[in-house]
Design a protein around this ligand. Structure first.
Ligand code: GDP
Ligand code: MG
Length: 303
């Protein structure tokens, strides 16, 4: 009886590739049905590889949300791009996401070319169709179809959910027979401490302007599950300069209070318990050159 059940299961990885900001994290969260990857209107918010695990009947579909692929300059960028292509080569199938508003920009062009030279076929999803008139969408689809590397082209809106169920249904069929790799209630491989830090980082992106969030990193230092059912979490936001610290704190601490409140609300929703969140802001000039940060994010320092 149980042997039949094991034989019937299927399991596989699907890598979601795409330029920064095309909606990869939004799609992943929608597929999984809960937040596993942070989303912001700014580029390059996803720092490392994030897994989202979806169960559909006997199939376990493991999605890899990769950091947007772009031309790397700094060490951190190189590590992120390395992680993205690493995710693609490990996967059973590659789903390329293109922002239907932006069309084929330089970043998307580079990914299509690299897929071509690697001889890898992919699935294509045109995202944000809620913002684009039909004729423009069909034009874009036929231009991309001519590249000759896409097995199928989907039209979706990760934001509204339009077309996502159909996409998932077809991805489901690509997943090969095999045992599940994760327990059935697991939705991500990201440790809670890291997800909690990512949520605070997302609020930095949403509440601060311009470059500052890129200069910051967040770490969960302590996590105490208290007897009364609540959790006390201490996090440190590292910035490079004293002036950045002052901005994050805000006038009389107003900014950090508001960032903390937003992060706490979301954590309480995800954890389904009361959360006491304590945020500290510290200056560490060269946090980006610290190999330990990279290990925490699952990135390769030497990429
Ligand atoms: P990523 O960098 O590829 O992971 O992109 P994100 O998931 O962080 O999304 C980038 C921005 O696009 C965010 O502001 C999202 O809310 C927005 N977005 C994503 N998908 C859609 C969509 O289908 N329609 C619209 N209108 N916006 C979207
Ligand atoms: Mg992302």
């Amino acid at each position: 009886m149980s042997e039949i059940a094991i034989d019937a299961t299927r399991c596989g990885f699907i890598a979601i590739l795409g330029a920064p900001n095309v909606g990869k994290s939004t799609l992943l969260n929608r597929l999984v049905g809960t937040k596993v990857s942070i989303v912001s209107p700014k580029v390059q918010t996803t720092r490392s590889r994030v897994l989202g695990i979806v169960l559909r009947g006997p199939a376990q579909i493991i999605f890899i949300d990769t950091p947007g692929i772009f031309t790397p300059r700094r060490r951190l960028d190189r590590a992120m791009v390395g992680a993205a292509w690493g995710g693609a080569s490990d996967a059973d199938a590659v789903l390329l996401l293109i922002d239907a508003v932006r069309g084929i920009d330089k970043d998307s062009r580079a990914i299509v070319d690299r897929l071509k030279t690697s001889g890898r076929r992919a699935l294509l999803a045109l995202n944000k169709i809620d913002l684009v008139p039909k004729p423009k969408l069909l034009d874009l689809a036929s231009t991309l179809d001519a590249e000759g590397i896409f097995n199928h082209i989907y039209m979706i809106s990760a934001a509204t959910g339009d077309g996502v169920e159909e996409l998932l249904g077809e991805l489901d069929e690509l997943v090969a027979p095999g045992p599940w790799m994760f327990p059935e209630d697991q939705v991500s491989d990201m440790p809670m401490r890291l997800l909690a830090a990512e949520i605070t980082r997302e609020k930095l992106f949403l509440q601060l302007h311009q470059e500052l969030p890129y200069a910051a990193t967040v770490e969960t230092e302590t996590w105490d599950d208290r007897k009364d059912g609540s959790a006390a979490i201490e996090q440190v936001i590292y910035v490079r300069r004293e002036s950045q610290r002052a901005i994050i704190l805000g006038h009389k601490g107003a900014r950090i209070k508001s960032i903390g409140a937003a992060a706490r609300l979301e954590l309480e929703e995800i954890l389904e318990k009361r959360v006491h969140l304590f945020l500290f802001v510290k200056v560490r000039e060269k946090w980006e050159d610290d190999p330990e940060r990279y290990r925490d994010w699952g990135l390769d320092f030497n990429a």
